[in-house]
Write a protein that binds this ligand. Structure first.
Ligand code: AHR
Length: 628
């Protein structure tokens, strides 16, 4: 192999390797959003889902869910608890597959409450372990007939993966209660209404260049009434209108009939998360079309204006002056500085002339007002087929900015498509590999095998070789709860207490952490290296550190000797870093109990003769960093 280090082919976009967040697999509620109470505001379709009334105290009172929709359309329901005797009436919240509680940590309880009638009702909360034993408690004493927020904190005495929250009301009396909430004190950056710190840390460690949000199919909704509407996800958390999650299903591998979107993690929090992890925000908006797999419902073209207005107002929310309506809301929520939004997605996985018709109207309105915003366009669900070809041709003719290609396919597809972009049209729109993952046929719960990760690593050499046309890429989906998922494989798995990165996560991490700044040519003879002798390869310069970074994949079951002559440099450092991701078992997985079974290891290799000489282990991914 030869690297011509003085032949720069293209810059690597600073946001090249990013992440794609969708609220699927309990990623938001029950996942990264640290709220522990499920159905805290009684807005699920079944108003008491997640709550139970233990029979021991059931005779001491009752609960009625009151609906005041006409006056409070965004948070219509609350619970009216009547305590009849002197003993308590209890309600128990099960959490999202239980509540993960850690010994020694502080938990913050809060509730909106008001007294009905003349006698106050006291609330005692207790966390219960799996056997029903108390592991922490607190008391609040609401008084007065106006809604007020009451808070109490306590420290848990034990670590429990599936705790429950007992809420005991003692009277006699009548109390109205809403937004019954429990958060750990320790969230990411210790924010109230915050995010799970371990999960955010895994994202930080990836060094993602962008954050695509909020989906995925949830942008579209199964039907338009349940599409994602960003304006309903900002402002006071109490006023964010809950909807059923598009991934709510009885038929998932782990059924999720209790899957809703509380929007406690809403658009403000997504922008803040992007900023925290150093990623450019990339929101995807509904373009007047529901999920075409489900309903094919579209909004009439002459009624598209509210959807377009949402897009225009989003730019103002993210970037606008604090004197503008939406910029002022951003400031009120605690972020007067702009979020520096530069890209916007119009529709997710839409297709057909209906999409083109709507996209064209969107694009004109957004570009007229915000000519510098780059638009990301859907290219449908898969690169194989008529839908893709039609959109690809049409959007290229319309001079679209960035086309969003999705590929979920076999490891073999990823290997044989590693050269996909080597001969792509350079003059047209840029490419965003917006969702991809190698899917194997095994029936295991977690399909993130080393075989899949290795195929993705090989494919990504082709993305990296062609950063003049491919400007962004993100694996999908990002997160999955082991007890409540609808889709696998996923990049990061978690339960209520623990989380881990899959082998695929480490592939993404190695690319993003060793992104470099410019692609240089790496050839075998005069050909790019896309599977000859089962090796896939690419090379970049890292101007900031003065290093050459070489990525190579050996997709074979046998060792492969490689020799890379580096031309166009004065010399190489005598020894260089070799980071390896490898397993002799293609079916190997990481897990909660063995989170780093497959993880990078590092050693040094001799590179003093302007040559990188090594024997690649079977089924391995190598990253070599050498000073030049
Ligand atoms: O990533 C899971 C789903 O795959 C996304 O919601 C959708 O865009 C794609 O079909």
């Amino acid at each position: 192999f030869t690297i011509k280090a003085n032949e720069v082919k293209a810059p690597v976009a600073p946001h090249m390797w990013g992440i794609f967040f969708e609220d699927i697999n309990l990623s938001a509620d029950g996942g990264i959003y640290a709220e522990l109470v499920k159905n805290r505001s009684f807005e699920f379709n079944t108003p008491l889902m997640g709550w139970s009334i233990p029979k021991e105290t059931a005779a001491n009172g009752n609960v009625l869910v009151v609906n005041r929709h006409d006056t409070h359309p965004s948070n219509p329901r609350f619970a009216r608890i009547t305590v009849t005797g002197t003993r308590s009436f209890d309600m128990v919240n099960e959490g999202f597959r239980g509540m993960g509680i850690k010994a020694g940590e502080q938990y913050n309880f809060s509730v909106y409450a008001r007294q009905q009638g003349s006698t106050p009702v006291k609330i005692r909360i207790a966390l219960l372990d799996e056997s029903g034993k108390e592991i922490g408690n607190a008391v609040v004493s609401p008084q007065g007939s106006e809604w007020q927020l009451y808070k109490a904190s306590f420290t848990a005495s034990a670590t429990v993966a599936k705790a429950k929250l007992q809420v005991a009301f003692s009277g006699p009396g009548i109390l109205d209660a809403d937004m019954i909430s429990l958060f750990p004190q320790h969230t990411w950056k210790e924010r109230s209404n915050g995010l799970r710190a371990d999960l955010v840390q895994l994202l930080v460690d990836l060094h993602p260049g962008f954050l695509r949000f909020p989906g995925g199919c949830i942008v579209e909704g199964k039907e338009l009434t349940n599409r994602y509407q960003w304006k309903k996800t900002v402002g006071d958390v109490n006023d964010r209108e809950l909807i059923i999650n598009r991934w709510n299903t009885e038929f998932a591998h782990r059924a999720t009939p209790d899957y809703y979107q509380s929007f406690g993690l809403g658009f403000f929090e997504y922008f803040q998360l992007a900023e925290d992890i150093g990623a450019s925000p990339l929101p995807i908006l509904n373009c007047g079309m529901a999920c075409q797999y489900n309903s094919g419902e579209v909004v009439a073209v002459n009624e598209l204006q509210p959807y377009i207005q949402d897009a225009l107002d989003l730019v103002e929310f993210a970037n606008g002056d604090t004197h503008t309506k939406w910029g002022a809301l951003r400031a009120k929520m605690g972020h007067p500085e702009p979020f520096h939004l530069k890209m916007l997605g119009v529709g997710n996985e839409q297709w057909g002339p209906q999409y083109v018709e709507r996209y064209t109207i969107f694009a004109k309105a957004i570009k007229d007002k915000y000519p510098d915003i780059k638009l990301v366009n859907s290219l449908g669900p898969s690169p194989d087929g008529d839908k893709f070809e039609f959109l690809n041709d049409t959007l290229r003719r319309l001079n679209a900015d960035i086309l969003d290609e999705h590929y979920y396919s076999s490891p073999g597809w990823f290997l044989s498509n590693a050269g996909r972009y080597d001969h792509y049209d350079r003059k047209g729109p840029k490419i965003f590999a917006g969702e991809y993952a190698a899917h194997t046929k095994d029936n295991g719960a977690n399909k993130n095998s080393w075989q899949a990760a290795l195929a993705e690593a090989a494919f990504m050499t082709g993305l990296e070789r062609n950063t003049d046309v491919v400007v962004m890429a993100s694996y999908a989906p990002l997160l999955a709860h082991v007890d409540g998922w609808q889709w696998a494989p996923d990049l990061i798995w978690f339960d209520n207490l623990r989380s881990y990165g899959t082998p695929n996560y480490y592939v993404q991490k190695l690319y993003a952490n060793h992104k470099g700044s410019e692609v240089v040519s790496m050839l075998k003879g005069n050909q790019v290296i896309t599977g000859q002798d089962s090796v896939y390869a690419s090379a970049v310069l890292d101007k900031a550190t003065g290093e050459l970074v070489v990525k190579m994949v050996n997709a074979a079951a046998t060792p492969v000797p490689v020799e890379v002559a580096v031309q166009g440099v004065k010399g190489l450092a005598a020894s260089s870093r070799l980071i390896t991701l490898q397993s002799n078992d293609l079916q190997a997985l990481n897990s909660l109990d063995a989170p780093t079974h497959i993880a990078p290891t590092e050693k040094t290799i001799d590179t003093r003769r302007k040559t990188i000489k090594t024997t690649m282990a079977p089924w391995s991914f190598y990253v070599i960093r050498t000073k030049i």
